[in-house]
Design a protein around this ligand. Structure first.
Ligand code: GTP
Ligand code: MG
Length: 287
C-alpha cells in the first residue's frame, strides 16, 4: 500500500518529483593538521577553522556560538586524518559508479554524499579530502555538468563518500530520478553535504534542494565552497545571511556552516574530522 501510494505520488502531474525535476534542469597546501596548528600564525589557524578566522571581521554583538558547534581538539583532528591516509590494508579508492539507484553498489558501511549545483566544487572538494591518497582519481572540470553519475569512493572498511552529479545548468536528464531515489532509499546514508558557492550564496536551485532535504527529513550540512575567491567582507556577509536562513527556516540543517577552499585547503582538515565523526568512526575527546 505504502509503495503504491509512493508510486502514485511520484507519477502524478503535481508530484514533488516532477515539479522539482523541471527546476533542477533549468601557503598551507597539503600540510598535516599539526604542521598547520604548530605555527602560531593566526592566519594559519584560520585555515583549519575558517569560520573562527572570520570572527575578527564581525561586530562584537554578533552571536558566534554556532561557529563552534563542532569544535574538535587537535587530537581529534589528528586521529581523523589517519582515516584519510592509506596504509597497509587501509585502502582508499574509487569503487563504482551508478546512473540509477538500482545500480548503486550494496554497501553496508556508513556513507556521506556531496550534492550541489553543477560547478560548485563537489568533485574538487572530494579530491582535496583525499589529497593524502593521491592515487585516488577524482575528476574535476571547468565545464559545468562534468560529473554525470553517482561515483562511490570507499575509505577502507570505515565509510563511503559519494560524488553526485550537479543540479541546475547541464544537469543530467535523469538527475531527479537518480539523486532523489538515492536520498530517499539509501539506508546507510549518514549525512548529506550540500555545497553552496560562497561568492553568490544560496540560489533558487539550492532552495529547491533544501526544500527536498527538509521534506525527506534528511540531515544535512551546508558547505561554502571556493572561499579563496571571495573578498573577506563579502564572505562574512554571505556566511551570516546563510546562517540566519538556516537557523530560521530549516530543521534538518546542522547549525554550523563549513567554509572551504579546495585550492588552499582551508576547512579541509575540519571537514575530514566531521565526516569521520558523523560516520561513527571518531568519538570526540575533549582535549
Ligand atoms: N578557486 C577555486 N576554484 C575551485 C574550488 N573548487 C573547485 N574549483 C573550480 O571550480 C570548477 C568546478 O569544479 P568541480 O569540482 O568539477 O565542480 P563540480 O561541483 O564537481 O561540478 P559538476 O561535476 O559539473 O557538477 C573547476 O574549475 C575547479 O577548479 C576552490 O575551492 N577554489
Ligand atoms: Mg563533479
Amino acid at each position: 500500500m505504502l509503495r503504491l501510494q509512493r508510486v502514485g505520488r511520484l507519477a502524478g502531474p503535481s508530484c514533488p518529483l516532477r515539479r522539482r525535476s523541471a527546476a533542477w534542469r533549468s601557503a598551507t597546501n597539503n600540510a598535516s593538521v599539526s604542521e598547520v596548528l604548530q605555527r602560531e600564525d593566526k592566519k594559519l589557524r584560520g585555515v583549519v577553522f575558517p569560520l573562527q578566522g572570520l570572527e575578527k571581521y564581525l561586530a562584537p554583538d554578533v552571536n558566534t556560538a554556532s561557529f563552534r558547534t563542532f569544535s574538535p581538539s587537535l587530537g581529534d583532528l589528528h586521529r581523523a586524518e589517519g582515516f584519510f591516509k592509506p596504509s597497509g590494508r587501509h585502502v582508499i579508492d574509487y569503487f563504482s559508479s551508478a546512473i540509477r539507484m538500482d545500480h548503486a553498489p550494496r554497501l553496508s558501511q556508513p556513507e556521506v554524499c556531496f550534492l550541489g549545483r553543477s560547478n560548485v566544487g563537489k568533485s574538487s572538494l572530494i579530491k582535496a579530502l583525499f589529497s593524502l591518497a593521491p592515487d585516488v582519481e577524482v575528476r574535476v572540470s571547468k565545464t559545468p555538468g562534468h560529473t554525470k553519475k553517482m561515483n562511490f569512493f570507499k575509505v577502507g572498511k570505515y565509510f563511503t563518500v559519494v560524488d553526485m552529479p550537479g543540479y541546475g545548468y547541464r544537469a543530467p536528464e535523469d538527475f531527479a530520478d537518480m539523486v532523489e531515489a538515492y536520498l530517499q532509499e539509501r539506508q546507510n546514508l549518514k549525512r548529506t553535504f550540500l555545497l553552496v558557492d560562497s561568492l553568490v550564496g544560496l540560489q533558487k536551485a539550492d532552495d529547491i534542494a533544501i526544500e527536498m532535504l527538509e521534506e525527506f527529513g534528511i540531515p544535512y550540512v551546508l558547505v561554502l565552497t571556493k572561499i579563496d575567491k571571495v573578498p573577506k567582507g563579502l564572505l562574512v556577509k554571505n556566511v551570516l545571511e546563510i546562517q540566519d536562513f538556516a537557523e530560521k527556516h530549516t530543521q534538518g540543517c546542522f547549525p554550523q556552516l563549513f567554509p572551504v577552499s579546495s585550492i588552499e585547503y582551508s576547512g579541509i582538515h575540519l571537514l575530514r574530522c566531521f565526516i569521520t565523526h558523523v560516520t561513527g568512526n571518531l568519538p570526540l575527546m575533549n582535549s
